[in-house]
Design a protein around this ligand. Structure first.
Ligand code: ZN
Length: 252
């Protein structure tokens, strides 16, 4: 019995004395393996994102091409046609003269001929490092009524009975931004209802007058006409003949 006990004791002691080198190497290998696994996963994710982005741009391109096949009265979302527009849709926020939002979500829809002309105008602006920034686009007729209820003043808004070209998908409120996204100086902000916003007002810095002129002349070349009192408002030719619409866009 004594002999057997001694053998067990020795055996246990031997186990305790075993070097720990085997515990270090596998830990390092596991860490390296998991690092390379994470790296591979990240690479896979990046490739998948790139593919998705290429696919999105292809869809955008095919939507631009399809504009020629659509009925002229179709409403199209400008954000689905190009990444080069900037959107700051004021009536979907409280930052407007009504001090309240009148849209469920911000979207910039126009009818097909207006969209085509805006795409062309923007490509011309981009050659000079400028891009179009939209404040308002198509406005459903029911929203025009809603706005009129809040602010029934014909100096500020078109009467709903007559409607606005915004209600026909042929008008946009816009300005220009530089490469960094800063708005160009146009003398006043959007929806400044005073004579300073009139096209004929000339008591402004030369730069602001030049910017307004550049915007006006480029837009005119692409078929847009102005109204006397708002430097930011542009109507597309022939759009006033369109019917008032009440198409409502979907919000996610
Ligand atoms: Zn307008």
């Amino acid at each position: 019995m004594v002999i057997v006990f001694s053998v067990i004791t020795i055996s246990c002691k031997n186990k305790e004395k075993q070097p720990h080198t085997n515990n270090v190497t596998p830990t390092k290998t596991v860490a390296a393996d998991s690092l390379s696994f994470v790296k591979k996963q990240q690479e896979k994710k990046a490739i998948a994102l790139k593919k998705k982005e290429i696919q999105r741009l292809k869809i955008q391109q095919s939507k631009r091409k399809a504009l020629d096949t659509l009925p002229l009265t179709t409403f199209v979302d400008l954000s689905e046609l190009s990444d080069h527009f900037v959107f700051d849709l004021k009536y979907a926020t409280q930052d407007n003269f009504l001090k309240q939002s009148v849209y469920d979500c911000p979207k910039c829809y126009v009818r097909v001929p207006t969209a085509k002309a805006l795409l062309k105008a923007n490509s011309v602006f981009m050659k000079k490092g400028r891009r179009i920034k939209f404040f308002d686009c198509y406005r459903p007729h029911s929203v025009q009524k809603k706005m009129w209820k809040i602010f029934p003043n014909p100096h500020y808004l078109a009467r709903p009975s007559k409607g606005s070209i915004h209600n026909k998908g042929g008008a946009v409120d816009m300005t220009l931004v530089d490469k960094a996204g800063n708005e160009l100086d146009m003398g006043t902000g959007f929806d400044h209802f005073g004579e300073e916003a009139h096209h004929a007002y000339t008591y402004l810095p030369d730069e602001a007058l030049e910017n307004r002129k550049y915007l006006r002349e480029t837009m005119k070349k692409h078929g847009f006409w102005t109204i006397r009192t708002e430097w930011w408002h542009y109507n597309y030719r022939g759009a006033s003949k369109n019917t008032l619409a009440d198409f409502k866009w979907k919000c996610e």
